[in-house]
Design a protein. Structure first.
Length: 48
C-alpha cells in the first residue's frame, strides 16, 4: 500500500509543466542535431 502515496505534494503542477516543456525542447534540439549530423554523413558519403 505504500506505493499508493500521493506524490502531488512533492511536485506541483507548475513544476511538472516546466519539466515537460524542458524535455520537449531538449528532444527538439537533439532531433535537430541528429538531422544535421545525418545530412553531413550523407553529403560526405555521397562524394565518394
Amino acid at each position: 500500500m505504500a506505493r499508493s502515496i500521493n506524490y502531488s505534494n512533492l511536485i506541483t503542477e507548475v513544476e511538472l509543466n516546466e519539466l515537460r516543456k524542458g524535455i520537449e525542447e531538449l528532444i527538439v534540439e537533439v532531433e535537430k542535431d541528429f538531422l544535421i549530423q545525418s545530412e553531413k554523413l550523407r553529403k560526405f558519403y555521397g562524394h565518394h
